[in-house]
Write a protein that binds this ligand. Sequence first.
Ligand code: AMP
Ligand code: GLY
Length: 422
Amino acid sequence: MKILLFGSGGREHCLAWKIRQSRHCTKLFCAPGNAGTAQIAENVAINAEDIPALLEFSLKEKIDLTVVGPENPLVAGIVDEFEKKGLKIFGPKKAAAMLEGSKAFAKKIMRKYCIPTAEAKEFVSAEEALAYLQRQKMPVVVKADGLAAGKGVLICGTLPEAEKAVKKILLEKEFGEAGAKVVIEEFLEGEEASFLAFCDGKTVKPMASSQDHKRVFDNDKGLNTGGMGAYSPAPVVTKKIELEVLQGIMQKIIDAMKKEGAEYKGVLYAGLMIKNGKAKVLEFNARFGDPETQVILPRMESDLVEIMLACIEGKLAEKELEWKKDACTGVVLASGGYPENYEKGKEIFGLEKVENAFVFQAGTKIENGKTVTSGGRVLVVSALGKNIEESIKNAYSEVKKISFEKMHYRKDIGRKAVGKKR
Ligand code: AMP
Ligand code: GLY
C-alpha cells in the first residue's frame, strides 16, 4: 500500500517508524515531515493544513491509506473531504472530531450520557461569566472552547486571575474564534494519565496506558508545555481503573457519538484525572498524543496499519492488540527557553552514538548537510526496559550522548511510576 502521513512532530516520526514496519506498507510519504521522517519516508512539501493540496497529491499518487497526525485538519473536516473522493483515511470526521474541537460540545455529550468529568458551565457573554465567577470556589479552570494549540487552558488560583482569564479569552480575543466561548470548570485534584484507544465507530480497543509530563521543569514546576516526556505503562491506571475507563468512559462516549449521528472512528485520547481509584475526564483529543505515542508505539507488537484498516472498515472487534511486557520511557530534549522564546538553528551532536534507544525527531531540519534545531521540542529519546526503572536508566544514558547549545530536559521523567506495581 502507498501510505501518506500528515504532520511534522515527534509523534509523526514515531508513527512513520511504526507504519514502515507494517507488512502492508510499500511506500510512505510524509507531508510535510521533518528531518527524522526524511530518513525513513519521502517528505512532501505540503503543509498538513492545506487540505486541497493534500487531496490533489493523494489522487495523483493513488494513495491507498492516509493517516492524520495533528488535530487541526481533523477538526477542519479532512476526513470528510477525502472520503467524498473515495480515499481511505484514518481519523474521525469533522462532526466526531468536535470532541476535541469544542470543549463545550464535549461537556454537553458527557453530561447527557453521564460520563464522569469536572463540573463546568459555558459562556459567550463576559458579563455573565464574570458574575458566575463571583460564586465559585477557587481555584477554577478557564478554557477557550476551541483549538488553541494547548494554550487555551488557564488554571486560576484566585478570583482576579480567573477574571483576567475570562477577559483575555472573551474580550481581548487572544485565541481568536477559538475563544468565542469559555468553559469555566471545577479544578480537579489527583494524578493525570492518558488513555488512548482505537475505535471503529462501535468497538473500542485500548492502547497501553501512559503518562505525560506537562510542566517544563522537574517536580512539575514552571509553565505548561506540549509535553516534556512520557512513560508507559502508567501504574496509576490499575487493571480495575482501566476496565472502568474502558466501559464507563470510552465505550460510553463511542456509543453516545453513534447515537448522536457522529460515529467516531480513529484514535480517541482521554486525558484523565485519577483520585481515590476513580477517573474523571479532563479532555478528549481526536488523535494520538505527543509524546505519549513515542512511548506507546515502541511497545506495540501488532501491525499498526492492519489495526488502522480495521478501524476504517468497522472490523476492530476481530483484531487482537498485542503489547510487549517491557516498559518504555521517553525524554524530550527541548530548546532552552521553551515554551517561551528560544533560539533555532543549533547543530545537534551525537545522534549517531545512540544505540539502545529510539530517537524520534520533532523540531529538526537539515541545513547544509547538518541536523539542526527548528522548534521548541527538538527530540524524544525513548528507551525500552524490562521495567520502568530500567527504561528510565536506558533513556537517560542515551540522552547523555546528545547535545546542542542550550539543550534542556527534565531529569525526573517516569519518577512517579518508580516503585509502584500495576
Ligand atoms: P486540557 O487541554 O483540557 O487537558 O488541559 C490541559 C491541562 O490543564 C491538563 O492536562 C491538566 O493538567 C490541566 N487541567 C485541565 N482541566 C483541569 C481541571 N478541571 N482540573 C485540574 N486541572 C485541569
Ligand atoms: N500530550 C498531550 C497531547 O498530545 O495533547
